[in-house]
Design a protein around this ligand. Structure first.
Ligand code: ASP
Ligand code: MG
Length: 305
């Protein structure tokens, strides 16, 4: 049996998928109770998340139009939030990121994964972080309660994290631990924590006075690494345009998005997205993301089915 599909036969796949079902149910219930609307994903668009690292091209030609496979729904989330009086949105969205083969060794990268992508109107980064802490605590306690047998079989103990989670500044961590700070701190910590202020995509807000990036990553403890990325968003045309150009990117693909921004229609929002497979890997305590993914697409590996 090929390595990439042999794990489908493993008896514990049933337990892992039960944990996944419980986690997804908990996410839906939490969102529903907060009146956060569940939207359907899009997979083909003229523009998608530019990401802040290089990946292989994943676009197709359709009747002469170049369409990108979704890397994340960030730009679409901002567009949906133009509608007044929505309390928030989320999408369980398939994302395609054709990462280079080096990422295949990380144990946490897939070139196709599912992201729970969330956006809330008129909230600060701290308010979004509070929301996420409540969501995570709810999901962890629901899974712990619902999947007692399964977790026992998997040999995994889940602790419901205590709020508020610790917050670290990325610059300070880099000074202390070097470039690999996320992994080092993830190995030291005992419960999920935040790292703030990353220089990355144009759409994450930068405070015009302090120059700090008003964004965050949520990181799992025990060396599991990144869970969620997000931030407050830029919504003003001139700033968005300047930041795209500063990143040496072409404005042309963003033409329609920029036209909306120029009309002043984008709203101040904050949000973030977390990978479903990474969440299940953490909840089940598995070393490699391959072990919790039915049809794992690992960077650099041949896909057999
Ligand atoms: N979905 C993320 C966000 O909302 C971006 C990402 O996928 O990294 O910021
Ligand atoms: Mg990220």
């Amino acid at each position: 049996m090929q390595k990439t599909i042999s794990h489908l036969m493993k008896p514990e796949m049933k337990e892992i998928m039960k944990v996944q079902s419980a986690a997804l149910k908990a996410i839906d219930s939490f969102m529903y109770s907060r009146e956060i609307l569940h939207l359907m994903p899009v997979m083909l668009s003229p523009v998608t998340d530019p990401l802040c690292h290089s990946v292989f091209d994943a676009s197709i030609d359709y009747y002469g139009q170049k369409l990108e496979l979704t890397k994340s729904m960030i730009l679409h989330k901002q567009l949906v939030m133009m509608a007044d009086s929505i309390k928030g949105i989320y999408i369980v969205s398939p994302n395609i990121r054709l990462e280079f083969e080096e990422c295949g060794k990380s144990g946490k990268h897939l070139i196709e994964f599912s992201q729970v992508d969330i956006e809330l109107p008129r909230v600060s980064s701290r308010e979004f972080m509070d929301f996420t802490e409540e969501l995570y605590s709810y999901v962890f306690s629901f899974v712990k309660q619902e999947c007692k047998q399964e977790l026992k079989k998997l040999g995994r103990k889940i602790s419901v994290p205590i709020k508020p989670f610790k917050v670290f500044d990325s610059t300070e961590l880099k000074e202390k631990f070097g470039e690999d700070f996320e992994r080092i701190v993830s190995e030291k910590e005992k419960q999920p924590f935040w790292i703030t202020d990353y220089y990355r995509e144009f759409y994450d807000k930068q405070d015009p006075e302090t120059k700090k990036h008003v964004n965050y990553d949520l990181v799992y403890p025990e060396g599991f690494g990144e869970a969620l990325s997000g931030g407050e968003r830029e919504f003003e045309f001139e700033i968005i345009k300047r930041k795209i150009l500063e990143r040496k990117m072409d404005l042309a693909p963003y033409e329609s998005y920029l036209a909306v921004a120029e009309k002043g229609l984008l709203k101040p929002t904050a949000g973030g997205g977390f990978g479903v497979e990474r969440l299940i890997r953490f909840l089940t305590g598995k070393k490699h993301i391959r072990e919790v993914t039915l049809f794992p697409r690992i960077p650099g590996e041949k896909i057999v089915l």
